[in-house]
Structure formats: structure tokens, C-alpha cells
Design a protein around this ligand. Structure first.
Ligand code: SF4
Length: 339
């Protein structure tokens, strides 16, 4: 795409690009629950949930969360354990803790910040989230550049620079800022993200259905599948772990992670067989995969018995759906609770 910004006479390619993109977005956009509101709190909740998580996965979590915590006051007053329970399964739990801190900061300030800088100061809010909330809730002219938008920009420009590099990100941010539709920045940002999420897909871009294909230099060069370029610094690690499900009269043996733990503090987890000196294995219940950043875990779930409960573990009988469980524990327990 020829980038020429907003100045000049007539319809420049960048302007025609915006018209094509926005017309497509109005026609084809998915109905997502957070698109029905201008409430900045709900938009903040959705944007925090959407970090690292796909929209279809987020929908049920978002709906349950805003039903239980419909505004900043209810979230600010809630117990942290309950907030984590409603977040349980979405992962990256520091997001939930920061969201509650943000709600408390907003309650203390008696108003939701209405500009980019004020939103950016909230706990857990980075440049991307601040731009998304400021533009969608307050129509502020800040372009959002997330992973989807980086991919779209790289392909539109046939740009093979490494998108992991801060220099490339800053340059792509400048381009997105220049393309931004200042009459409707919120919808422009959502249109760019929607294009990346539904058409300009990572492995199989659907160029035949793309509303901006005529502007796409990557497609013209036949390089769209090779873009964007991202040089990974860390190769994924494959790790095998085991967890044990021990049942006694309908209760399950669990341990709560310490409040000061660096990961999943306060969450309940299943023991590993190595944690149990009197462990006696009965059978293998199944296995599943679990990924955290660059670690790919294969989790084998075993059932068995013990003759004594080691320190730190407790039998928990009721309300497992009302306590924050680690994702590994939740997935493992599905093996004994699903039909
Ligand atoms: Fe992406 Fe293809 Fe559209 Fe280019 S033409 S923006 S590669 S979907």
C-alpha cells in the first residue's frame, strides 16, 4: 500500500483504504457483547480479557464477569478470591488482579479517566489497551497496534522487518496513527483488528475475501504467507508433568498456592505424585496439553490413594467451581466430572 497520510487533495490511497475497510467493517463485523456498549468500564474489562485470548473464548467469561461485577464499584469491593474465580480458565491471572486494582483506583478518583494518558496510568494498562479504551469509549484519536494489526500492516506494506523489534513496532505504530480515521477512531481500530482476526489470518490469509486486497503489496508480491517476520528469541520447551487426583468420600485433595507465589498466587492446585510420600498409583485417567508462554506441557493425570495427608494439603468437597483453581487442575478434574 502506498502510504501518504491524511494531507493532500482528493482521495489518496490511504483514504480509499480507510473507506473500503470501514464499509466492510460496518457490513461484516461480528456481534460481540462488548460492541454493544460505550461503558468504558466494560470496554476495559473486554480489552484486558482479550489480551492473549481469542474473542470467542472470551465471550462467556466476559458475560459472567460483567453480570457479577456490572460496574467499577462492585469489582472494587469484591474479594480477590472471587474475582480470580470468575477469571479462572482465562489464564494470566495478574490481569484480573490489576483489573481490580484499576477499579479501586477509578473509585478512589471518583471518575473513569477519559483520555489516553489517564487510562494508561491505570494498573495493568499498557499502550495498546489505553489506545483501545480511549478510542472505543471516548473516540480519542489513538491507533491500536496489537498482534493482528502488526500482521496486517506488515502484509499491506510487504514489509519484512522483524515485528519483535521495538524499532519496527514504533514504525508500524506511526503508520497506523497516520492511517487512523479521525472521524471514527474507535471503529477504525476495531476494523483493523477484525480484519486481522477474521480475514488476514496468520497461516491462511483469505485474500479473495479481503476488502483491502487491492491495496496489499504483500499479496501483489505473493509474499503474504511469509509475513510478518518474527524472530523468536526463545525456542519452546516441551515438559512432561504428572498430577494426582485422590478422592475420598466425594472430596478431592488440593493445596492452595502461597499468597506470595510468583505464579498463580492463592490458586488451588492438585498434587504431583512426588509431593505425596505415601502415594500408591491406581490408574492413568488421561492426559492433555497445556501451554504457558514458551513452555509446552504434556500433563498426565493419575488416580491413586494415600495413607496420610502431607502438610499443606486439604480435602475439598464442595464448591470447587467457586474457588480459584489453576488451569491444570481445572482441566484435570474435568476427566472425573465430565460425562
Ligand atoms: Fe491480508 Fe490478503 Fe488482505 Fe493482504 S490481501 S491484507 S494478505 S488478507
Amino acid at each position: 500500500m502506498v502510504y501518504r497520510g491524511r494531507e493532500g487533495k482528493g482521495l489518496l490511497p490511504a483514504s480509499r483504504f480507510v473507506i473500503s475497510l470501514m464499509a466492510w467493517y460496518r457490513r461484516e463485523r461480528r456481534d460481540l457483547p462488548w460492541r454493544e456498549t460505550h461503558d468504558p468500564y466494560r470496554i476495559l474489562v473486554s480489552e484486558i480479557m482479550l489480551q492473549q485470548t481469542r474473542a470467542q473464548t472470551v465471550i462467556p467469561y466476559y458475560e459472567r464477569f460483567v453480570e457479577r461485577f456490572p460496574n467499577v464499584n462492585t469489582l472494587a469491593k469484591a474479594r480477590e478470591a472471587e474475582v480470580l474465580t470468575y477469571w479462572s480458565g482465562l489464564g494470566y491471572y495478574s490481569r484480573a488482579r490489576n483489573l481490580q486494582k484499576a477499579a479501586r483506583a477509578i473509585v478512589a478518583a471518583r471518575q473513569f479517566p477519559s483520555d489516553y494518558d489517564g487510562i494508561r496510568e491505570l494498573p495493568g494498562v499498557g499502550p495498546y489497551t489505553a489506545a483501545a479504551v480511549a478510542s472505543i469509549a471516548f473516540n480519542a484519536p489513538h491507533a491500536v497496534v496489537d498482534g493482528n494489526v502488526l500482521r496486517v500492516i506488515a502484509r499491506l506494506n510487504d514489509d519484512g522487518a522483524d515485528i519483535a523489534s521495538p524499532k519496527t513496532r514504533a514504525r508500524f505504530q506511526q503508520m497506523a496513527d497516520a492511517w487512523l480515521d479521525h472521524r471514527d477512531p474507535g471503529h477504525f481500530n476495531q476494523a483493523m483488528m477484525e480484519l486481522g482476526a477474521t480475514v488476514c489470518l496468520p497461516r491462511t490469509p483469505r485474500c479473495a475475501q479481503c476488502p483491502v486486497a487491492q491495496f496489499c503489496e504483500g499479496r501483489k508480491a505473493g509474499r503474504q504467507h511469509e509475513l510478518p517476520v518474527k524472530q523468536s528469541k526463545t525456542a519452546p520447551r516441551h515438559i512432561q508433568i504428572q498430577v494426582a487426583i485422590i478422592e475420598k468420600k466425594g472430596a478431592v485433595l488440593l493445596r492452595q498456592r502461597p499468597a506470595g507465589a510468583s505464579l498463580m498466587a492463592g490458586f488451588w492446585e492438585l498434587p504431583a505424585p512426588d509431593d505425596l510420600p505415601s502415594w500408591h498409583e491406581s490408574e492413568t485417567l488421561g492426559s492433555f496439553r497445556h501451554t504457558i508462554t514458551h513452555h509446552n506441557y504434556t500433563v498426565t493425570v493419575l488416580s491413586g490413594t494415600i495413607s496420610r495427608v502431607p502438610p499443606g494439603f486439604r480435602w475439598r468437597r464442595n464448591g470447587l467451581d467457586r474457588i480459584p483453581l489453576t488451569t491444570v487442575a481445572r482441566k484435570a478434574l474435568r476427566l472425573i466430572t465430565s460425562d
